[in-house]
Each structure stands twice: as C-alpha cells, then as structure tokens.
Ligand binder design. Structure first.
Ligand SMILES: Nc1ncnc2c1ncn2[C@@H]1O[C@H](COP(=O)(O)OP(=O)(O)OP(=O)(O)O)[C@@H](O)[C@H]1O
Ligand SMILES: [Mg+2]
Length: 349
C-alpha cells in the first residue's frame, strides 16, 4: 500500500519535472488566471476578490454569484492555488513551509518571550480584557512596531487598522514612533485606517481589503474591537446563532488574509462577567467558542491593582505553555516593567 503511494508520489514528481511551467506558474493579477477575462474579473471584484491570493482561499460556491459555472469556479480556484502551492504536503515539508512564519515584537520583552519571540504571522492573536486594560494601546504600539526592520523585531511593513469604536489616536502613534526614533510622519503614512460603522460595514471592509494589503505591503491587520458592533446589534437569545455565524465568517476572512499575505492578524475583545458562576473563571471573552476556536493565540489583559502596570496572560496557544508577564502603558507606549517594579508586585500579591 505504502509502496503504491510512494510510486504515485514519484510519478507525480516526474510529472512535475516534465511540466514545471504548468504547475508552478505564478499568476500576478486575476486577469492572468486561465478563464478570467475582464468581465469575469470585474464581477469577482464586485464580490470582494481583487487578488490571486484571495481567490486561492475562496470556495467554488462563493464565486458562483459572479455568474460563472461551478466547473469554471473550480478551475479558477485551482489555478490560483497552484500559483501559491496550496495542497497536501508532507509534515517535513510543512515544517519548511512554516519557516517563513515571521514574528512581530509586542514592545515588551517578557510578553515576546511568552510568545516565543513575538506575535506570529499567518494566525490570529486575540487580546481580550476589560475597558482600559490596554488592548487598544497594544494595537497602536503594534502599528508602529510592524514598521521596524527585522533586527528590531519588526516586519518592515505597513499596518491596516479597522477601528470600530473610534478609539484610534494619531497622537499616540506620534508619541510611540518618536520614542522609537522613527519619523512620525512616515509612520503615520504606513497606517491604513478605516472606521467601521456597523458589523456589516466591518465585514465589508475586511472582505475588500486584499488589494490594499497587497499594494501597501501590509504586514499587520488589526480589528479593534472585533465584537463591539456584533454585541450591540445582535441582541437576545434568538440572535445568538446568526451572530456567531457572521462572526465566524468574519474571522475566517481574517485568517485567509493573514495566510495569503503572511501578515499578523490582531483582534481585540471585551469581556463579560458572569455573576451566576461561583466557581472557576467568571470572566469570559465575548463571542464564545467561535471566536475562541478560530483565534489561535489568546491573551488576557488586566490592570494591576494601580498605576500603569498591566498583566498579560497567555491563555491559549496551539503550542506554547500558559504564562503571565507584566508590562507598562506609558506615554512612550508599551514598555517593560523594571526589576524593582516586578519585585514590589510579587511583594504586594
Ligand atoms: N498617553 C498615555 N500615557 C500613559 N498612559 C496612557 C496614555 N494613553 C492611554 N494610556 C493608558 O491606557 C489606558 C487605555 O487603554 P486602552 O484604550 O488600550 O483600553 P482598552 O483595553 O482598549 O479598553 P476598551 O475596552 O474600553 O476599548 C488608559 O486608561 C491609560 O491608563
Ligand atoms: Mg479599546
């Protein structure tokens, strides 16, 4: 049996060697894909597909409203995928493919260490916590850090900021950039901002973000807050299922973008206290299991008893152990806590 699989693999390999052009073709624009003429490309754009990368992540059914047959949709997706080599791979190959996962510094050494070097590309990192716990501050800091060169923990890229609560402040960006010795004007130019007015608008913006991400070398996609509009609009028990369904779709779009463009995706989430729970952890992030299952790394932020100190707790990660680290929110941004402050925190606990 395994011999047969091996034979097949060798056969495929030979085919690949015979037809390298066909299998490894790189399509830069949608119109380069076989079967996509200007009219189809236009219809696909109307559906929110602007790049080969986003088509590679689509399903046949999603493309049907463009007025194309299932077979044609399948061929377009297959061609887009071949361009990005998305298919079954051996685990050792997977390891090689995961090499390009890049890491972005949080601005705090302890938190970076908890995350084995920083926030990773291709997955979603969720920061959840109560108001004032530092979620939006962290998002601002990441928008600046992503522009740093790799040797300083950045990704040499731009940021996309989807703001749902109108809490983005350019003044904070200027303070943080200046502290890092960057030109604030340049840093501001590399943050692409959009305010989402409703949950539908929020979804629409992300569904149409692929082109702007590609054109601006966006390496960080932020949705702050992921859940606020959904929470405000879908009220009552009977709305829970449709809310979760929409949130699920939104999160999947975000993961697809993070993978396609090797970008870090960050979402923030408020918490809900459950007073009827007497035992265990009574603080729960909004969105329940769907958000929990699709966001790969979850970090719970809380305020220390006083002052600018915040505690970040790595609650779940696909491969890292749980742990806690303190950081400070100051005028300069997200900073380390000094050894003395750490000692006094231990003392006060
Ligand atoms: N310029 C600054 N200097 C020092 N600390 C600041 C500065 N700006 C904001 N902060 C701190 O950050 C806190 C706000 O944090 P942030 O906006 O990140 O909260 P959040 O977790 O996003 O809350 P919400 O759930 O309401 O969105 C302030 O209460 C303050 O402690
Ligand atoms: Mg906030």
């Amino acid at each position: 049996m395994s011999d047969r699989i091996e034979d097949k693999a060798i056969e495929n390999q030979e085919k690949e060697e015979e037809e390298p052009e066909l299998l490894k073709k790189q399509y830069e624009f949608m119109e380069d894909l076989p079967g996509v003429g200007p009219a189809t490309a236009q219809k696909l754009r109307e559906l929110g597909y602007h790049t080969v990368e986003s088509l590679a992540m689509a399903t046949g059914r999603e493309l049907e409203p463009a007025g194309i047959t299932e077979k044609k949709a399948f061929n377009i997706i297959a061609a887009a995928r071949s361009s990005m080599s998305l298919s079954f791979v051996r685990a050792d190959e997977l390891f090689k493919m995961r090499q390009p996962v890049l890491r972005l510094t949080s601005g705090n050494k302890g938190l970076d260490a908890l995350l084995a070097g920083g926030l990773e590309t291709q997955t979603i990192t969720e920061f959840y916590g109560e108001y004032g716990s530092g979620k939006s501050q962290m998002c601002h800091q990441l928008c600046v850090n992503v522009q740093l060169p790799a040797e300083r923990g950045g990704l040499d890229g731009a940021a996309l900021y989807l703001d749902t609560e109108n809490t983005f402040r350019l003044e904070r960006i200027v303070q943080m950039a200046t502290h890092l010795g960057l030109d604030p004007e340049k840093v501001a130019k590399n943050i692409i901002y959009a305010e989402a007015f409703t949950s539908d608008h929020q979804m629409f913006l992300l569904e149409n973000a692929d082109e702007v991400i590609k054109a601006n070398n966006v390496k960080l996609i932020i949705v702050d807050s992921l859940t606020a509009h959904f929470r405000g609009e879908y009220i009552g028990r009977e709305m829970l299922a449709p809310r979760q369904q929409r949130l699920n779709k939104h999160m999947h779009k975000l993961i697809a973008l993070a993978r396609a463009f090797n970008a870090v995706a960050v979402v923030t989430n408020q918490v809900m206290a459950q007073p009827d729970i007497f035992f265990g952890d009574a603080i729960h992030p909004i969105g329940g299991n769907i958000v929990g299952h699709t966001s790969h790394t979850r970090i719970y932020l809380r305020k220390a008893s006083q002052g600018p100190v915040r505690i970040a707790r790595l609650v779940s990660s696909p491969y890292l152990p749980e742990g806690e680290e303190a950081f400070r929110v100051t005028e300069n941004g997200i900073e380390d806590v000094s050894e003395e402050q750490k000692a006094s925190r231990r003392h006060n606990r």
